[in-house]
Design a protein around this ligand. Structure first.
Ligand SMILES: NC(=O)c1ccc[n+]([C@@H]2O[C@H](COP(=O)([O-])OP(=O)(O)OC[C@H]3O[C@@H](n4cnc5c(N)ncnc54)[C@H](O)[C@@H]3O)[C@@H](O)[C@H]2O)c1
Length: 171
């Protein structure tokens, strides 16, 4: 008996890396999984390998319409959403003086807006199902701080109180 028997999970950025591991483990533990990515060939290959309990969809997490399509497709395929894993993320490591505004906005769009859109879109289906779990993957550097500005996003995802100038663990 798997730890996720009967559960339906939506996982972002599952074509490679940690996201691919999450997809594999969730399926091995009995979950039905829909996962997305922008790397369609890699994503489809993962789904083909894992069988009927796992489906791949093209899903750019920075796109509101992609989120709507993915949530709809998950409900159509498996009837509910128990778990969302916001895993997709990018890293742009360079001095602020070398980074363009477009690059900075892309980091925020994928890493911060992508998580926000995910949470926004699964809340109602989860409520209709009696609850659920949302996992936002982040980095320890979102708590400790670091030089590259992409980590601003991680602070916002880990602890929205950063927006108010407070540190985690303080009131
Ligand atoms: N690997 C680490 O040591 C580490 C440490 C801390 C945090 N993280 C976080 O874990 C997550 C996964 O990291 P990883 O190391 O597996 O990275 P990775 O680059 O191997 O995988 C990220 C995946 O996200 C996908 N992706 C990128 N942009 C996307 C978009 N717009 N829409 C949908 N998918 C998109 C990529 O195609 C890729 O498949 C990231 O959020 C990362 O910030 C990783």
């Amino acid at each position: 008996m798997g730890r996720l028997d009967g559960k339906v999970a939506l996982i972002t950025g599952g074509a490679r890396g940690m996201g691919k591991s999450h997809v594999r483990l969730f399926v091995a533990e009995g979950a039905k999984v829909i996962f997305g990515d922008v790397l369609d060939e890699l994503g489809q290959a993962v789904a083909d390998e894992l069988g009927d309990n796992c489906r791949y969809l093209h899903h750019d997490v920075s796109s509101e319409s992609d989120w709507e399509n993915t949530v709809e497709a998950t409900l159509e395929a498996f009837g509910k959403i128990d778990i969302l894993v916001n895993n997709a993320g990018i890293l742009r490591q360079c001095p602020i003086t070398d980074m363009t505004l477009a690059e900075f906005k892309q980091v925020l769009d994928i890493n911060a807006v992508g998580c926000w859109l995910g949470m926004k879109n699964v809340v109602e289906p989860m409520k209709a199902n009696g609850g659920g779990a949302i996992v936002n993957i982040s980095s320890i550097e979102g708590l400790t701080g670091a030089r590259p500005l992409h980590r601003l996003r991680r602070q916002q995802v880990r602890d929205p109180r950063h927006d108010q100038g407070r540190r985690p663990g303080t009131r």
